[in-house]
Design a protein around this ligand. Structure first.
Ligand SMILES: [Zn+2]
Length: 271
């Protein structure tokens, strides 16, 4: 393909895309590909002191910092945090958004997940998937001729099925970029997440970045152990032990199929 790829990452909250796909985003951007992050909610619930309106404004500025840092678009769809439902209205908005973005690859949450907003986001993307090519649905935005490949972001949930990636990407070389992206979300890594984990809040850029690193290592670090076999299959037995951090993606059956051919195109940084 001799044009830049168009990658669309759809998370429920400001910071979901960074947490689960910040590494591939850094790799895509290094190679000149186009990336858009979406937060379906405006993130206006996740704080213990700030009121919803104030919090939504703050989190918008934090996403703008990520957008500037990475040279990406960052779209906030503006649903209330904690109230994302796969309604017909949200489905229409999602169809319009995906059509306008014309992505080659869409990444989003799996449908089984602890957070109702992650489940709602996954459901609305799945509901939009086939209808992207149906011109009579949302006729004001031209329908796509082909579905994009849709893949799920990683998680640790066990039921009803384990996350089963078809793609594992070594993001160890761009680990610092992931932390830079996460550190933009100061009110989350410095305040809200410590509050939810009964830990003291942290202040100042260096301490917030360290808190983001601790969180990332605790939640995403174990992926590299869990999918060691896939890492060996992708990177070879010699390089595999050097892979500390990965991002992993499982195909969603409702998008275009992931084939050996389009996998090479969509993940050009794989060996
Ligand atoms: Zn989230």
């Amino acid at each position: 393909m001799n044009r830049p790829l168009r990658i669309l990452v759809i998370g429920a909250h400001p910071d979901d895309c960074e947490l689960k796909a910040g590494g591939v985003t850094a790799l895509y951007r290094q190679a000149g590909h186009h990336v858009t992050f979406v937060s379906v909610s405006c993130g206006n619930a996740g704080h213990h002191r700030l009121a919803p309106t104030e919090l939504a404004a703050l989190r918008k500025t934090e996403t703008e910092a990520v957008a500037r840092l990475m040279g990406i678009n960052y779209i906030i769809m503006g649903q209330n945090d904690g109230e994302v439902l796969p309604t017909l209205e949200l489905r229409r908005q999602m169809i319009a958004l995906i059509r306008k973005e014309q992505p080659d690859l869409v990444l989003t949450h799996r449908p089984n997940d602890y957070h109702p907003d992650h489940r709602g986001t996954s459901q609305v993307v799945a509901d939009a998937a086939y209808l992207l090519i149906v011109p009579n649905i949302v006729p004001e935005v031209p329908a796509l001729r082909e579905n994009p490949v849709i893949m799920y972001l990683s998680d640790n949930f066990q039921k009803p099925t384990l996350f089963d990636p078809a793609v594992v990407v070594d993001v160890t070389p761009v680990f610092e970029s992931i932390l830079d992206q996460l550190a933009c979300h100061a009110c989350q890594f410095g305040q809200w997440l410590p509050y939810t984990m009964l830990k003291p809040e942290v202040e100042g850029p260096a301490a917030i970045r360290q808190a983001a690193q601790d969180f990332y290592e605790a939640f995403n670090g174990p992926l590299a152990t869990r999918f060691r076999q896939q890492i060996e299959a992708t990177y070879g037995k010699e390089k595999a032990p050097k892979v500390q951090f990965i991002e992993a993606f499982e195909p969603c059956e409702y998008g275009a199929p992931l084939t050996a051919e389009n996998k090479k195109i969509l993940f050009p940084f794989l060996p």
